[in-house]
Design a protein around this ligand. Structure first.
Ligand SMILES: [Fe+2]
Length: 238
């Protein structure tokens, strides 16, 4: 984690407000964050665009509070998260310091279906709660940044193993403490194999994650993804 004096003063104002609040709701964050006028240039010195290739995006924790954490996500070209929810987050928000590509999904307890594709514009502030299922990243050549605040009504010391990572390419759900790396290794308990999808959702997702597996050198999964993109029945008939 970065020393507090590296955190932009504008963000320190928000941290102080959160620290002084007993109870926070998303409306508080979405009201306060836009007034801070946070800019990408305020955070470049904390960015991590040259992260190791096994990580599918730059994820830097820049502050840990009593019951909340703040991350700066750095998105180089083709950096993307896996499809994920937000575990035990009771409140939170993402502040988009640059444009970020976004996929929203619906999950009914078994099936993941693509619900919306969008590009979230610079300056947008979007509320986050545990049951939000989405994926985000950068499909352009221009690096981008976003600031993520995740809060819980539980103490931060309590272990959180409730973030679900929906790994369609492996037909399984993995449980983590919050990371949403593609092909990640963090895994609490046994992965669940109870996840299905449809062809539209699968092909959209595989097209996005294919560059990561090619770059990351996972030849087996990369070849499998290419074969499914060519013939989706390979995925659905197995
Ligand atoms: Fe997320």
């Amino acid at each position: 984690m970065e020393p507090r004096n590296k955190i932009p003063k504008k963000l320190q104002t928000l941290i102080s407000e959160i620290e002084q609040s007993d109870i926070l709701i998303n409306d508080d964050l979405t009201r306060i964050l836009p007034t801070l006028q946070l800019k990408a240039e305020d955070f470049w010195h904390l960015a991590d665009f040259s992260h190791a290739p096994q990580y599918s995006y730059g994820r830097s924790k820049i502050y840990t509070g009593r019951n909340f954490e703040i991350f700066l996500m750095s998105w180089a070209q083709n950096d993307y998260t896996a499809i994920h929810n937000h575990g035990r987050s009771d409140w939170g928000a993402v502040c988009f310091l640059s444009e970020v590509h976004h996929r929203l999904y619906q999950y009914d307890g078994q099936s993941i279906v693509l619900a919306d594709k969008s590009i979230i514009p610079t300056g947008a502030v979007v509320p986050v709660q545990g049951n939000l299922v989405h994926a985000m990243g950068n499909l352009t050549e221009q690096p981008s940044l976003s600031l993520h605040i995740y809060g819980s009504n539980f103490s931060i010391e309590e272990p959180d193993q409730t973030t679900r990572i929906f790994e369609l390419e492996k037909k399984r759900i993995r449980f983590t403490s919050g990371e949403a790396f593609l092909d990640g290794i963090e895994c609490f308990g046994k992965p669940s194999i109870d996840v299905t999808t449809n062809e539209e959702t699968l092909l959209d997702y595989l097209g996005i994650i294919s560059p990561f597996y090619e770059k990351g050198g996972n030849a087996g999964i990369s070849a499998y993804i290419k074969s499914v993109i060519q013939d989706p029945s390979v995925y659905f008939n197995l």
